[in-house]
Design a protein around this ligand. Structure first.
Ligand SMILES: Nc1ncnc2c1ncn2[C@@H]1O[C@H](COP(=O)(O)OP(=O)(O)OP(=O)(O)O)[C@@H](O)[C@H]1O
Ligand SMILES: [Mg+2]
Length: 296
């Protein structure tokens, strides 16, 4: 196997295990597919990838691995990140720099989390306010992670608008949506049903517009099933339940160890690869809505 087939992130674990070990064809394919994600091929366009696995299987860590490699290889590319508030912040798991922004309808405060003591208000980094998804895009910078927050009841609507503006840009971009079931949940009601439909419609064109989007959730049935029909890249991490048409059988996924992942392109080619561990950094942060902890 050629050395340059192996990405530095991925080779790390292989070397640790003894690089001389003969790689199985499915491992070679896994590394090939992993590297393919970071090609910028106009003919093929972008990837719409879904990372699926049980709690603590490494979905967020693998998302951070993707971000850090984009920073290394494409420092001019814009990278956006979305995640929920009210739980320990995940965006600071990345190795690179970040900026945090929130919609004016959803002011946020930053706290640090310390074991055994109440939350402590923090001003370690600013939280910039934008008036609309369009303005948020103008605040975004390349080479750092742009973390965007929206009101929880308007997540689908606002992320859809962000993607719509992004599509018109013409340059390569990356979007990561952590805990995506908050954005396009299964069984949406009322306005959210419309938001889901609009969001899915925008997503079907992302590939052609050179946008790579990766979203994650613990299981496939947590998210709007219409999104599943749009993805061209599937990542099964430990604890995932595979779909009925998956070329990778459930027994293989059930044997995955922490840090291992099956990747499937276009529901056809597949391989397995390893990814590095991303540990929580200190201090740990949490973002909460202003004027009421845990309320919207
Ligand atoms: N590559 C890895 N190798 C070993 N352990 C890992 C690896 N990736 C993650 N872990 C372990 O799993 C923990 C959780 O990782 P991470 O937050 O990325 O999981 P997750 O799938 O996003 O979880 P959740 O569903 O709760 O959001 C890490 O803190 C680490 O201890
Ligand atoms: Mg996570």
């Amino acid at each position: 196997m050629s050395k340059d087939l192996i990405d530095s992130d991925i080779s790390f674990s292989l070397i640790q295990e003894g690089k001389e070990k003969k790689l199985h064809i499915v491992e070679v394919k896994g590394v090939e597919l992993w590297n393919k994600i970071f090609e910028r091929n106009r003919n093929y366009g972008g990837y719409l990838g879904f990372l699926c696995g049980s709690q603590g299987s490494g979905k967020t860590g693998l998302s951070a691995t993707i971000v850090d490699r984009v920073f290394r290889e494409y420092p001019d590319e814009m990278v956006l990140w979305g995640e929920p508030t009210g739980i320990p912040a995940q965006f600071n798991k990345i190795h690179g720099d970040f900026q945090v922004m929130t919609h004016k309808d959803f002011p946020l405060e930053l706290y640090t989390i310390k074991d055994g003591s109440p939350l402590i208000k923090s001003d370690d980094f600013p939280i910039r306010t934008f008036r609309s998804p369009k303005e948020a895009i103008t605040f975004c910078k390349s080479g750092i992670l742009n973390v965007l927050f929206f009101h929880p009841e308007k997540l689908g609507k606002h992320w859809m608008r962000v993607l719509r503006y992004f599509k018109m840009d013409g340059s390569w971009q990356t979007v990561i949506l952590d805990e995506s079931e908050e954005i396009f949940p299964l069984n949406p009601k009322g306005q959210q049903w419309h938001d889901n439909v609009n969001f899915v419609n925008v997503c079907k064109e992302l590939r052609k517009c050179r946008i790579n989007m990766f979203f994650n959730s613990q299981q496939q049935w947590d998210i709007d099933f219409r999104m599943l029909g749009k993805i061209n890249l599937m990542f099964y991490l430990r604890g995932a339940r595979v779909s009925k048409v998956s070329p990778v059988w459930q027994g293989a996924v059930s044997q995955l160890k922490p840090g291992q992942c099956y990747v499937i392109l276009d529901n056809s080619d597949y391989g397995i690869f390893r990814f590095p561990e991303y540990k929580p950094k200190s201090p740990e942060y949490i973002l909460l809505p202003t004027g009421g902890r845990g309320t919207k």
